[in-house]
Design a protein around this ligand. Structure first.
Ligand code: ADP
Ligand code: MG
Length: 310
């Protein structure tokens, strides 16, 4: 049961939360004063870890959204790419490896557990993973991951495989395992690169980010010496504003240097910073905006399926 208070007459109503559709705006009517008012519930009110988990003989593609620079739309891309793939019918596990834990916030989820508990074996995958939307599951990040970095550091042997050991057994359940990474370069980032096979790099066209890209690719090649299964697959230009000359210049330079990896840019859109406050993906918050169109295009590119969302 949850309590809804009428904004007009302040009468409290106890409502069975299972009767309220999640992530959908509905109009409630106060039984006392007949006032109608909009309400919307996200998974925040659904405290229990939900079942069922996906089953089957899948073979997940593992893709990390990575670059050492912060504020370039890694989390925005990881969340919306995952949500778009899920909307297209794929089973997706989104893994947040950042101590900021923003993926949960963006999806409106108050996860009680997540990646930390899975990596420490405190919880089973079924207990640590939260169902965030239809077809979309989340292994939440957060502050507790700081302890995991220390745990990895303390291992004498095989510390870089900690994440791979935990996620590989889950691959048969999902079509995609998408990993959001923290800015910087730390033991968890190294773990991510020792697990995934594909890397997607968001590059902000607003800032001088080419240098950051070159540096990250250098670090990646140092990992590839030990693990050649991991490779750069996509570079996604973000914050594109074609009214301004500077981003277009950076975009052209990127195309010249990394042509085959470059995806269609994600345009600058004011809805991106607003959607997380409602716990909504861009597709839920503003399905018709350019931001939604751009992430749909990215979903088509990643899934190599031009018929999606048509
Ligand atoms: N295309 C875009 N247009 C406008 N703002 C964006 C866009 N993409 C992301 N943002 C905003 O930029 C900020 C940083 O994005 P975020 O995804 O958190 O970056 P990172 O994970 O790389 O640190 C957030 O406030 C986000 O809402
Ligand atoms: Mg982030």
């Amino acid at each position: 049961m949850i309590t809804i208070i009428c904004p007009k007459c302040k009468k409290k109503h106890d409502v069975d939360k299972n009767r309220i559709p999640q992530n959908e705006k509905i109009i409630a009517r106060c039984k006392a004063c007949a006032h109608r008012f909009p309400i919307q519930f996200t998974d925040k009110v659904h405290e229990k870890i939900k079942k069922p988990m996906p089953e089957g003989n899948r073979a997940a593609r593992s893709i990390s959204v990575s670059i050492s620079k912060g504020g370039v739309a890694k989390t925005t891309t990881a969340v919306n790419l995952s949500a778009g793939l899920a909307l297209s019918g794929y089973k997706v596990l989104l893994v947040d490896t950042d101590t900021q834990g923003q993926d949960s916030y963006m999806l409106g989820i108050n996860a009680k557990a997540g990646l930390t508990e899975l990596l420490t074996n405190e919880l089973s995958p079924e207990e640590a993973i939260v169902e965030a939307r239809k077809n979309l599951w989340l292994l939440a990040g957060g502050k507790s991951l700081a302890g995991i970095k220390r745990l990895i550091d303390r291992k004498d042997f095989g510390g870089e495989m900690t994440l791979a050991d935990a996620l590989t057994p889950l691959e048969t359940q999902y079509d995609y395992i998408i990993i959001d990474t923290s800015p910087g370069w730390d033991p968890l980032t190294v773990n991510v690169l020792f697990y995934v096979k594909e890397i997607l790099i968001p590059v902000s066209l607003e800032v001088m980010s080419l240098q950051g890209l070159v540096e990250f690719l250098k670090s990646l090649s140092s990992i590839q010496k030990y693990r050649n299964e991991v490779s750069l697959k996509y570079i996604v230009p973000t914050f594109h504003d074609n009214r301004i000359k500077h981003p277009t210049k950076i975009l052209n330079k990127l195309k010249e240097l990394y042509g085959k990896y470059i995806c269609n840019p994600i345009r600058y859109n004011v809805n991106f910073p607003q959607a997380p406050a409602f716990g909504q993906t861009i597709f839920e918050f503003s399905p018709g905006c350019s931001g939604s169109q751009d992430y749909r295009e990215l979903v088509r590119r990643v899934a190599s399926d031009n018929s999606l969302f048509r």
